[in-house]
Design a protein around this ligand. Structure first.
Ligand SMILES: [Cu+2]
Length: 319
């Protein structure tokens, strides 16, 4: 079994599974850096302890050790050196953390719904599937929610993991440049069959991805997810207060609103992302766009996760 000093590519090692995302190299580098530095200090400290145990063992009754009150140089050294090493861990770890939190522009957006005990994936064409199929070499952004309890979406081969929480969205992104089939696990204990809450992510060519999408049924035949959201938008009467062409009605127009900064009455500005759109539908009083009345009814309990996902996709599409 090989355990490389540093991650040397994508094969599985004794410590880590196969690496199949663009995060993996940085993640694995940091993992092995911490692993080997820890191993080094473990050996040094345990070795010194064993050596001193033998060397300074009590040889005869009444024997006393010399009276030492401290060694300033030594104490500074063992405070400063570990601080520097931890600083390096922090900087590398924080950089990687920020990378995993910041999806690039132009991602392929897929909605994920978790429930006891299965994953469901909704594609831009409105199709639903129990496995995740993504095109190779494309950044993919998952907008995730749970219909019941706390779950956690985890693809070990991608080094990607994020909690999936009822009542809100969490976002996870990744890019895989390696064709293959990888495990999806739930990594938050979520009830009796938690350990069976598994799925697959298949990284396939763009052609295979397109073909796979064609085979999935949307919310209505031939309707994309955004179109589906457009239907929900009208059916719930959203269009009576929100235009999609930029004109001002009772509420703000939704044209081009996705991803922009919105001023808020009595609070700091927010970015109109999935999370804010969701909150504004479910609980509109939470953050009202400045200059508009607090007039919208709450939709919590009136629309389900699938409709919510479709609505977000629709609002994203109004450019
Ligand atoms: Cu779960």
């Amino acid at each position: 079994m090989k355990t490389p000093l540093l991650a040397d590519g994508s094969a599985a090692t004794f410590w880590l599974p196969e690496a199949a995302s663009t995060f993996a190299a940085d993640h694995d580098y940091l993992y092995y850096l911490i692993f080997w530095i820890s191993t080094f200090f473990f050996i040094v400290m345990m070795g010194a302890m064993a050596y001193f145990m033998v060397k300074y063992r009590r040889r005869k009754q009444g024997e006393t050790t010399s009276d030492i009150h401290g060694n300033t140089k030594l104490e500074i050294a063992w405070s400063v050196l570990p601080t520097l090493i931890l600083g390096v861990f922090f900087v590398l770890g924080f950089r990687g953390f920020i990378d995993t939190l910041t999806p690039p522009a132009n991602t392929l957006n897929i909605n994920v719904t978790a429930q006891q005990w299965a994953w469901s994936f909704t594609y831009p064409n409105g199709g639903n599937d129990s496995i995740l199929v993504v095109p190779v070499g494309k950044p993919v952004k998952l907008t995730m929610s749970s219909v019941d309890v706390l779950h956690s979406f985890f693809v070990p081969a991608f080094r990607a993991k994020r909690d999936v929480v009822p009542g809100r969205y969490t976002v996870l992104w990744f890019q895989s440049d390696k064709l293959g089939e990888y495990d999806v696990l739930c990594t938050e204990y979520c009830g009796t069959s938690h350990s069976l809450m598994m799925s697959k992510v298949k990284v396939v060519s763009q052609e295979e991805y397109d073909a796979h999408l064609k085979g999935l049924t949307g919310c209505q035949d031939g309707q994309s997810l955004a179109e589906c959201g457009g239907v929900a938008f009208k059916r719930n009467g959203c269009n009576s207060c929100h235009s999609v062409d930029g004109s001002k009605l009772v509420g703000p127009s939704l044209k081009g609103v996705y991803g922009t900064e919105q001023p808020i009455t009595g609070g700091p500005a927010v970015i109109a992302d999935e999370q804010y759109i969701r909150e504004s539908v479910m609980n509109p009083m939470a953050k009202i766009v400045a200059g508009y009345p607090a007039a919208m009814p709450a939709y919590a309990g009136r629309i389900n996760e699938e409709q919510m996902g479709a609505l977000v996709e629709y609002i994203r599409s109004i450019k």
